[in-house]
Design a protein around this ligand. Structure first.
Ligand SMILES: NC(=O)C1=CN([C@@H]2O[C@H](COP(=O)(O)OP(=O)(O)OC[C@H]3O[C@@H](n4cnc5c(N)ncnc54)[C@H](OP(=O)(O)O)[C@@H]3O)[C@@H](O)[C@H]2O)C=CC1
Ligand SMILES: O=C(O)[C@@H]1CCC=N1
Length: 272
């Protein structure tokens, strides 16, 4: 399968890294990326083919659009005459299938995907929405790529992809933020950087492993840590007093709103 990535930034690197570790061959991949250092790194790490924007796109089975939402229109319009029979996968936040199809000159075989960076270690989760013009074979091809880098959830509405963007697309950043905070808390307890990191990382790794291997839900597992009148109870009370749970829900809601806003802003026809 010949894969072309347009954009070789953070998310493209995560997807590519995951695919390469699953046995995809660098020689079957082309990455179009303006930054010479990134091109060199991609070539060095995975022996993929690389080229600058403006290079003619060779016949591809799948073209993955991995540029920022704000860069997508120019990229899609330049790509339109060169798509051939490729399936186009966009990973951009917010950009709707109808908008993308218009920018691509009416190309109908599209899948909008929202992956996340744990794809790099095949532990990603992606939301996917196929356009009306995508065939069953297109869905299977998209599924094959996404399943190689983690789990896949197919949805049938654009709004659900905005929600997935807010939860699992942006979600790794929320988790890293919590890890940073726990590390800072360990430093405040007087531990050095290495020990603080070890305590925070292993607590996360252990808790998630326990949760994923347990028939108890997260709330029950939390109660099992929280002894009546003990230390955890005091900490959870502090979190509740500061409305941390409500803040996390509000944060995800703000992310979903931004995804919708990007879709509206960038999808507007300038003649309207
Ligand atoms: N990062 C993440 O966790 C996730 C990101 N996404 C989506 O993935 C997309 C990419 O995000 P991310 O990887 O973080 O962004 P990056 O900025 O890291 O990557 C985008 C890359 O595309 C390059 N680029 C710009 N113009 C062109 C062009 N004409 N042709 C080819 N490449 C070009 C950029 O170069 P330059 O910097 O010089 O402009 C940059 O290297 C976004 O649409 C985002 O919404 C989706 C899920 C998760
Ligand atoms: O922050 C962003 O806009 C992208 C989309 C989801 C994760 N990163």
């Amino acid at each position: 399968m010949k894969l072309t990535f347009i954009g070789g930034g953070n998310m493209a690197i995560a997807i590519l890294g995951g695919l390469m570790q699953r046995g995809y061959r660098g020689q079957d991949v082309l990455v179009i990326e303006p930054d010479a250092d990134k091109r060199q790194q991609l070539q060095q790490d995975w022996q993929v083919n690389v080229a600058e924007p403006g290079t003619a796109i060779p016949a591809s089975d799948i073209i993955v659009l991995a540029v920022k939402p704000q860069q997508m229109r120019g990229v899609a319009e330049a790509l339109a005459p060169q798509i051939g029979s490729a399936l186009v996968i966009s990973i951009a936040a917010g950009i709707k299938l109808e908008t993308l199809g218009r920018w691509l000159g009416g190309h109908g075989r599209l899948v909008r995907v929202m992956p996340n960076t744990p794809a790099l270690v095949q532990a990603g989760i992606s939301g996917a929405l196929a356009s009306a013009g995508a065939t069953d074979a297109d869905r299977r091809q998209a599924e094959a790529i996404l399943a190689a880098i983690g789990d896949v959830v197919w949805v049938d509405k654009e709004s659900e992809l905005d929600g997935i963007t807010a939860i699992s697309g942006s979600g790794p950043a929320y988790v890293f933020y919590f890890i940073e905070a726990l590390q800072a808390a360990a430093r405040a307890q007087g531990f050095n950087q290495d020990t603080a990191r070890k305590l925070a990382y292993q607590t996360f790794a252990g808790a998630i492993k326990l949760a994923m291997n347990s028939s108890d839900d997260a709330e029950t597992l939390r109660h099992k840590v929280t002894s009546k009148g003990g230390t955890t109870e005091r900490a959870i009370n502090a979190l509740e007093t500061s409305q941390v749970r409500a803040t996390i829900i509000a944060a995800a809601s703000a992310a979903a709103a931004r995804s919708r806003e990007l879709g509206e802003e960038l999808g507007r026809d300038p003649q309207e």
